[in-house]
Design a protein around this ligand. Structure first.
Ligand code: ADP
Length: 442
């Protein structure tokens, strides 16, 4: 845009420059030829009065030495009859335009025609007509156009270079801003952008820094609130659960026992939510600690599958291909938490289906666990987002309960074990994978 504007302005400036220069040259030429025609006219007064056309012709021929550009000169008497004429030797005959005799001067092509009346005793006794070849004008035009083109090119190059550097400076800062925005939306982490400029972009960057600072502060307050609230909720809930368990043991009558069981089921749900919130708060403050030990993943898989199977009345969890000697060094309880979450999700997000599959296989020095279902699947564009805090897929039905915390916690746990977690999902069903480093054999 900048270069385009510069080109437009430069073109106008150079056109004005060339046109005014040529105009002023023509003006000067007209003035000098008019004076010359007046001088010739004055000198020819007596020749006209005495009808001495030879003398008039001689005067005209002298023009050759005074101004070689004059290629034709004529003197006419008061009736317009040709009295004397001069044609520069070798000059091509050029017809005098009809209006040349009426105007004081006329330009035709590269010719200039100038007329001047011959006045004696206040009456016009004839007229002088000079025809001038403006060969110099052609050279001047060419020179000016060449000069203008050269200057234009230099100016263009210069403006392009300036635009290029300014553009680079501006784009670099804008790109930095855009990349930071992308990073913030992807990872949630934010570092203030340093910028010492004084233009609109600096104002924009400063406004963005301030906005992000406010967002971070409110995020921090929200995290603190979640941490404190879940902590404060946990103690009374544990106590309620204890009393309910006790009541359930003592109560044999129906439907009281059944009501207690229902209440306990909901307390369990609340407990799991509070535990997730506490975990998120621990992740945020970097306090999620691991208790590392060596264990057989095969055993853990069987145990966890059995535990989840106990509470699932709709699905059958089927264990496929087992890897041999699945010894890993990890936090057993946290890995179990990951497995429970993936299995519960596989059941929860495959309503109407009957099976969930679990597989384990070795790949290099890693063990890969796969939990798959034939459920609603995860759209391609959301397969990374579902591992973010509070993220639930857009088209998800509202009657499938959840808070979007489980996978976020799983991702953090697996990351802390130097493993990876990901999802593969096509039209139907999804397969969640996570990898853990295997114990190196001695
Ligand atoms: P929650 O299940 O409580 O919503 P999660 O963090 O466990 O939270 O899962 C986040 C989102 O990922 C879910 O809301 C759901 O949209 C999607 N998701 C997780 N597991 C599956 C699955 N097996 N099939 C389809 N979608 C899933």
């Amino acid at each position: 845009m900048q270069v385009f504007t510069s080109v437009l302005v430069l073109t106008i400036v150079f056109l004005v420059f060339v046109i005014t220069d040529i105009r002023s040259y023509k003006q000067r030429k007209v003035e000098s030829m008019e004076s010359l025609a007046q001088v010739v006219g004055t000198n020819c007064i007596s020749t006209l009065e005495f009808n001495d056309d030879d003398a008039a012709k001689q005067i005209l021929e002298e023009l050759h030495t005074v101004s070689p550009e004059i290629i034709q000169a004529e003197i006419t008497d008061k009736d317009g009859k040709l009295f004397a004429t001069y044609i520069k030797p070798g000059a091509a005959n050029f017809p005098v335009p009809a209006d040349a005799n009426e105007n004081k001067f006329t330009f035709t092509g590269n010719r200039l025609f100038v007329t001047s009346p011959i006045i004696s005793n206040n009456s016009t006794i004839g007229k002088v007509l000079l025809q001038v070849e403006l060969s110099e004008l052609q050279q001047i035009k060419q020179f000016k156009y060449e000069l203008a083109a050269l200057l234009f090119l230099f100016a263009l190059l210069f403006s392009f270079l300036i635009a290029f550097f300014i553009q680079g400076y501006i784009s670099k800062r804008l790109l930095r801003l855009v990349n930071t925005i992308k990073r913030v939306s992807k990872t949630g982490t934010y570092e203030p952008i340093a910028d010492d400029g004084k233009d609109e972009i600096s104002t924009l960057i400063a406004a963005f820094n301030k906005l992000m600072q406010q967002v971070q502060e409110s995020q921090k307050r929200k995290d603190e609130f979640i941490g404190i609230a879940s902590h404060e909720l946990k103690t009374p809930l544990t106590s309620i659960k204890g009393y309910m368990d006790l009541l359930k043991l003592k109560e044999d009558r129906q439907p009281n026992k059944q009501f207690l069981e229902k209440a306990l089921q909901n307390i369990k749900k609340l407990e799991s939510l509070i535990s997730d919130l506490l975990d998120v708060s621990k992740i945020q403050t970097g306090q999620l600690e691991l208790t590392i030990c060596e264990f057989d993943m095969d055993v853990l898989l069987d145990e966890t599958i059995a535990a989840v199977q106990m509470v699932s009345t709709t699905h059958q969890i089927i264990r496929e291909n087992k890897a041999k000697n699945e010894i890993v060094i990890a936090d057993r309880q946290r890995i179990e938490q990951v497995l429970v979450n993936l299995l519960s999700n596989a059941i929860k997000y495959s309503p109407g289906e009957k099976e969930v599959f679990v597989e384990s296989k070795k790949s290099g020095d890693e063990l890969i666990i796969k939990v798959s279902d034939s459920g609603i699947g995860v759209p391609k564009e959301e397969q990374t987002d579902i591992f973010e805090r509070f993220y639930r897929t857009k088209g998800i039905s509202t009657h499938i309960s959840g808070f979007g915390l489980g996978l976020y916690i799983c991702k953090d746990i697996i990351k802390r074990h130097q493993g990876k977690i990901w999802v593969e999902s096509q039209a139907k069903g999804s397969a969640f994978y996570f990898s853990l480093p295997l114990k190196k054999s001695e």
